[in-house]
Design a protein around this ligand. Structure first.
Ligand SMILES: Nc1ncnc2c1ncn2[C@@H]1O[C@H](COP(=O)(O)OP(=O)(O)OP(=O)(O)O)[C@@H](O)[C@H]1O
Ligand SMILES: [Mg+2]
Length: 383
């Protein structure tokens, strides 16, 4: 019988994307988008549940905005189909699409008050005046901007403008809210705060939301599930912790957080562990949690920096450690980032929390040290 391909047994692979799920609200089926000869979105299939906050994550140019624009019906698909709330988007005229999109640059009208900005879309739809007032008040309340109704956009902070833009999108009560880089205009500090506020508001309104970002921290903080995209394709889908703890590929491992990646070959395959030999390490790698793979298979081993310890004492086990020299220590406040260079030239990065560095024998610059990690701390990737 053929051996199963390496994978984390407990995670069960791609089946979590929710096909056949009764909560399913958005269904993207094998969608391709070409601009001339170039493929911007390359066969994406994905389902999103009702009231989910889903993030599309990936580096610049990987097709995030294009996919979102197709969801909004602003761009036609080259092939494949998109369903929103059971209806094929292609057959719905624009005014019947239950979708609202907030763009990468969400310019508010500068000459209009906050209130007028929010009311604008409703006025255009011919909503009666008293209903507009009520809905605008509710929307302002929701984003905690009631006291700012008469201000102009330039009299607001970046985060406040952001919330007005969100209120302008929500006031139309879309069933599907699409946010393209909603925080891109904000500086880092206000961004962190606004992320939590936005996620709370979206949760309270109970709207299904697809958000595009290239900021992995933002996706991790805000989204219930996320998709990592690369070159028009989805590389991995899962909750932030699933993708962080069990990256399915070298790309995912490196894109979500930072990681130490060792290349090697499977030399032992037992029911409860595998052993991998790597030219980058003098020791073998012993991986214990739910993985399997045929002897001779080339694999990558990802070990997160916070799983790596640095010590002067040589570990007593015959695997998962290496000797090296501390070449750099970056103090980050609650932790320090250690760079340890191995004899072969590879640098291993370790996050050590500051409390553990208060000890007398804490490793210092230029020290000869050992880096090590436990058998449960590595993830095997084959792609
Ligand atoms: N209207 C267009 N005509 C031709 N090519 C396009 C068009 N829109 C996008 N593309 C190309 O499609 C690819 C994906 O673009 P897209 O805007 O979806 O990327 P993105 O992931 O949103 O990137 P960013 O993070 O920089 O916003 C890019 O190579 C881009 O140049
Ligand atoms: Mg974009």
């Amino acid at each position: 019988m053929e051996k199963p391909v390496i994978g984390t047994r407990e995670m069960g692979g791609a089946s979590r994307s929710g096909y056949g799920n009764p909560d399913e609200f958005v269904r993207i089926e094998n969608v391709v988008k070409k601009f001339g000869d170039s493929v911007a979105v390359d066969g994406v299939s994905l389902t999103i549940a009702k009231n989910e906050l889903f993030a599309l994550l990936g580096s610049s140019g990987c097709g995030k905005s294009t996919l979102l624009r197709m969801l909004a019906g602003l761009e036609t698909v080259t092939s494949g189909r998109i369903f929103v709330d059971g209806e094929d988007l292609a057959t719905l005229p624009p005014y019947r699409r239950p979708v609202n999109m907030m763009f990468q640059s969400y310019a508010l009208f500068p000459h209009m008050t906050v209130e007028a900005n929010i009311a604008f879309g409703l006025k255009q739809e011919g909503t009666p005046g008293n209903e507009i007032r009520e809905r605008v008040t509710d929307a302002l309340e929701l984003v905690q901007m009631r006291g700012y109704a008469q201000r102009k956009p330039h009299q607001l902070s970046g985060g406040q403008q952001q919330r007005v833009a969100l209120a302008r999108s929500l006031v139309k009560r879309p069933k599907l809210l699409l946010l393209d880089e909603p925080m891109s205009a904000l500086d880092k500090k206000i961004r962190r705060q606004t992320q939590l506020e936005l996620a709370n508001i979206i949760d309270r309104v109970g709207v299904t939301c697809v958000m595009v970002t290239h900021d992995q921290e933002e996706a991790m903080t805000m989204a219930g599930r996320l998709a990592v995209m690369s070159e028009g394709r989805i590389v991995q889908i899962g909750s932030p912790s699933e993708v962080y703890e069990y990256p399915n590929s070298r790309f995912s491992a490196g894109f979500i957080g930072s990681t130490n990646l060792f290349e090697g070959t499977v030399v032992e395959d037992e029911p409860d562990h595998i052993v991998v030999e790597s030219e980058e390490l003098e020791n073998r790698l012993y991986i214990s949690h739910g993985v399997t793979g045929p002897i001779g298979m080339a694999v990558g081993i990802s070990v997160r920096p916070e799983r790596v310890s640095v010590s002067h004492a040589r570990p007593e086990v015959p695997y998962n450690w290496a000797r090296g020299v501390v070449t750099d220590i970056a103090y980050m406040g609650s932790y320090s980032l250690y760079h340890v260079r191995l004899p072969g030239g590879k640098t291993v990065v370790s996050n050590l929390d500051s409390a553990s560095l208060m000890k007398e024998d804490a490793p210092a610059w230029n020290d000869d040290v050992f880096v090590s990690w436990s058998p449960a701390s590595s993830v095997v990737v084959t792609q």
